[in-house]
Ligand binder design. Sequence first.
Ligand code: GLY
Length: 367
Amino acid sequence: MTDREWAGERLEQIGRKATGMIKKAREVDFIPYTVQNGSWACGPMDGMAWWTNGFYPAFFWQLYALTGEGLYREEAVRAQCLLDKAFEDFPHLHHDVGFMWRISSGFQYDLEGGQEALQKTLYAANLLLGRYNPNGFIRAWNGDCVGWAIIDCMMNLSLLYFASEKTGDPRFALAAQRHAETVRKHFIRENGSSEHIVIFDPMTGDVLDKPGGQGYGPGSEWTRGQGWAAYGFSLAGRHLKREDFTQTALNVARHAVLQLGENDLCPVDFLAPESPLIYDDCASAILACAFLDLHEQTGDPLLKTKASQMLHALSDHHASWGEESPAILQHCTGAYHGKDHEIPMIYGDYYFLEGLIRLAGKIKLRW
Ligand code: GLY
């Protein structure tokens, strides 16, 4: 069976599963994040402003773009109405407005246009641009984290590319470009791996510290962060037409390929001790998407082969295809030292779906 045929069959399986996902989601008044006792559960904090809340509508925009099935559009719009309440909660919004609105109202605009979808997405982009520090980085979190930048933000930059492309105003893309340049200089190590967090002096831009973040510890290789770096730089290369960013993405991706174990499933950190072995399916799915995006741009055959092997491994060993859980992937992890280990997480399912759509050669909606 070819990769395309295999991915096509998995997409049909997801279609069968989606009806149950929607039914369970309509029993609750929040946007699904994880699963507890067979039912959807919400994010642990920030209410509707929880950073993953754009992924559930994005999952259904992708399915709608693939199939044209009205139920999927209806579900994406229903979830977006809930998500948009987060605009009223400014204190809890941070740089992840990129994740939240680029792939919700932003995908809606990509598919069908409309002033309302455009305005919401541009509103979110202005919030993100407002976090730009003129020393060349986007502030990640709130509270005391004034000079903190994190690798995850490379994905949020997509909201800025969108805003410059739609408005013709280069400020958004220029801020994205400066941020990516800073990240390449201070996050990406010689061997191609990435830091999670870099703390800058907010007045001067000097580097103050590189703490461990959600991985095993300082200097380690948090796998989801490697995914954010590979996919984020691939997108930066594509949108900003900068081959040096694409090359950085390739370096990160090739390093991750070397670090992956024989079973093609990501542990939460490539440099964590062998025991306990804690998986993170989100990292596997994000890296698979990054590899496929890079393969599309560079033609590197190794990256496509590896992405296919990773998606097969997730499907064969870590997916729930029945009715026991409304989520698909079951082994996602928030942080090495956190308490959420090997549970379902909605963005793992989103990237798994995106990866399968890419492998099937049917991608229409892009970051
Ligand atoms: N963006 C937060 C995370 O990856 O956990």
